[in-house]
Design a protein around this ligand. Structure first.
Ligand code: SF4
Length: 292
């Protein structure tokens, strides 16, 4: 649990760059975690929401990546671009490009408004769209004969499996050719599998991470789906002893953008509450990059 490979890599690159090039502005938040954003701000790395708000000559593209139009605009107005797009997101961008080049429309199972999804769709030109899966019965009418299905990198693998099965049931009888590419990242798959295992051994799980973080929210969702109560918090201060009355074992897991210190503070505070604590043991230090 804690920082994944992509987040660790991004923060380390930005902090190194800040020594020479601060101030740096990032287009959007580097990761969806308030403590991390504040830590970077203290080192001269500030987020801006839109390109029109950029004022520094050095701009950073976040782990979520950008599409080709946004990239071209950044190149036209910034003297230096630091690109810390996660390699797993780059892999999804390349997959969208390849599908489009082969004549496929692109459908992404993910959050429509998420910056990663918007960026990947831009790589699919006008031939893409995102879905949360609820509109699958009517979706087939929107697409021509060839459809590529992909996932947001932080998608729940089980939800993606189910979506693909439903898509095959709906689309294949309409004569639509399907190509499926699983673009869920390795860190997400490992963290979610470990959280499901943990959920089977504890009474309640505390999920530590940014409330705006897609991967953190999904961890909480899959804990609940595994039949255990889950509490999503950003810091140890939010822990409420009432959540643990009558409980023997509390599990702790954390999103891919949660700093180690925030996790440790939660564990320390839980230990003071005298409940048994078990942790999601996925190693935050494991390095895994996508196969090309
Ligand atoms: Fe990359 Fe996955 Fe981490 Fe996102 S959660 S930064 S895609 S490794």
């Amino acid at each position: 649990m804690g920082f994944c490979y992509g987040v660790r890599r991004a923060i380390s690159s930005l902090e190194k760059a800040a020594h020479e090039s601060a101030p740096i502005q990032t287009l959007g938040h580097v990761v969806h975690n308030r403590q991390v954003v504040e830590r970077l701000a203290a080192r001269g790395i500030q987020p801006v929401e839109t390109i029109s708000r950029l004022t520094c000559p050095t701009v950073a593209i976040t782990t979520h990546g950008v599409g080709p139009k946004v990239m071209a605009e950044l190149q036209s107005r910034s003297s230096e671009i630091i690109n810390v797009t996660c390699p797993w997101v780059k892999r999804a961008q390349r997959a969208a490009q390849r599908l489009t080049a082969a004549g496929f429309s692109v459908l992404i199972l993910g959050d429509r408004g998420h910056p990663e999804v918007k960026g990947v769709l831009e790589w699919a030109g006008d031939a893409g769209r995102a879905t949360d899966g609820t509109d699958i019965d009517s979706l087939w009418k929107e697409f021509p004969r060839r459809l590529g299905i992909m996932s947001q990198t932080t998608q729940n693998p089980q939800a993606f499996d189910e979506f693909v099965k439903r898509a095959m049931d709906r689309f294949l009888p309409q004569g639509i050719e399907l190509r499926v590419i699983n673009t869920i990242c390795d860190a997400t798959q490992k963290r979610q599998a470990a959280a499901i295992e943990l959920a089977g051994t504890v009474d309640v799980i505390v999920v530590v991470g940014g409330k705006g973080s897609a991967n953190t929210r999904r961890l909480a969702e899959i804990c609940v789906a595994s039949g255990v109560a889950a509490r999503l918090i950003e810091t140890a201060r939010e822990l409420d002893p009432n959540w643990f009355r009558g409980k023997q074992q509390v599990g702790v897991t954390a999103g891919a953008s949660t700093p180690d210190e925030a996790i440790q503070e939660v564990i320390d505070r839980l230990n003071h509450m005298e409940v048994g604590v078990q942790c999601n043991t996925t190693s935050s230090a494991s390095i895994s990059t996508p196969r090309r």
